[in-house]
Unconditional design. Structure first.
Length: 87
């Protein structure tokens, strides 16, 4: 079971955003943001169990929605292998 922590991102123009991040030893994505865009971060306390459960449910729902994506156009019977036939 993974734990989530609150993190505060501080943009160069002074804006602050509070996000949830999964607890890790090294936050490579946040370090990359800091290095490439100058966004500072501070990892704070653990999120409560209720917030963590809601966040997990939201991620499951988004993953399920991504699996249901439809193709942008109908596929040909040969699945685009180049027969040149009508769809």
């Amino acid at each position: 079971m993974s734990n989530y922590r609150w993190a505060v991102l501080k943009y160069p123009d002074g804006r602050k955003v509070r996000i949830l991040v999964e607890e890790q030893e090294a936050y490579t994505d946040l370090i990359a943001l800091q290095r490439n865009h100058g966004i500072r971060f501070r990892v704070g306390p653990l999120a409560s169990k209720g917030v963590t459960a809601a966040f997990r449910a939201l991620r499951r729902r988004e993953r399920g929605r991504a699996r249901e994506t439809k193709p942008s156009r109908p596929l040909s019977p040969d699945f685009g292998r180049g027969s040149g036939g009508a769809i």
